[in-house]
Design a binder for this molecule. Structure first.
Ligand SMILES: [Zn+2]
Length: 207
């Protein structure tokens, strides 16, 4: 079972469960777990492959089928839009020309720019993530922001439902990815301590 936190006042349907009244629910949701596991593995690939961006991964799905996953590469390709959500949606449309992804899962709460970008993809109904972005600002990887995605959602500014998916293992891996990342907030220069990360990751997540 997993605990999820979602936007109150909306009805969301997760595998036959209509969730409306409460902000938190316990739910056994294999698909969201698999989607976020894919996003997490992709974040690890980015860290091992290049290690020049904050290791964030995102994966998309349609009707419970995973379509594509990619990781943040804004420093790698020199395009500040190229966060994980942007890359995963781009890849989705490259790989599947007629796809209408309904869900995107991200290892870290989407930033404001990505919230806007996801909003421009009208097929997306659900955005789910593991770690709140405050976990990155606590580690001085991103600047502290006022308000979070739930506030935006409650203010009616987002056209999708937001779900924070609580899973102890995914949260642990996500935390490790941030723990071994250093980022200069002025220059955006980022380095991942790959040796430290490799030692800290559970064996099944090492590459
Ligand atoms: Zn972003």
């Amino acid at each position: 079972m997993h605990t999820i936190r979602h936007t109150p006042g909306r009805t969301i349907h997760l595998y036959g469960n209509a969730l409306t009244e409460h902000k938190t629910h316990s739910i056994n949701d294999e698909h969201l777990h698999d989607l976020l596991l894919e996003a997490t593995k992709t974040a690890i690939e980015g860290a091992y492959g290049f290690g020049v961006d904050v290791p964030v991964g995102a994966a998309t799905s349609e009707n419970g089928r995973i379509l594509a996953a990619d990781y943040a590469k804004d420093n790698l390709i020199g395009d500040e839009r190229a966060h994980a959500e942007y890359m995963a949606l781009q890849k989705t449309h490259e790989l599947h020309h007629n796809a209408s992804p309904d869900t995107i899962g991200v290892t870290l709460e989407p930033c404001f720019n990505c919230q806007k970008y996801i909003s421009d993809n009208p097929s997306i109904q659900l955005v789910t993530f593991v770690l709140p972005i405050a976990q990155a600002s606590l580690r001085n990887i991103v600047r502290k922001k006022n308000g979070d995605i739930f506030q935006k959602s409650e203010q009616g500014e987002l056209p999708f439902t937001v779900v924070q998916f609580e899973d102890a293992q995914l949260a642990k891996i996500g935390g490790l990815l941030l723990d071994f990342t250093k980022r200069d907030l002025e220059t955006k220069e980022t380095t991942v301590d790959l040796l430290g990360l490799h030692r800290a990751l559970p064996a099944e997540f090492r590459l």
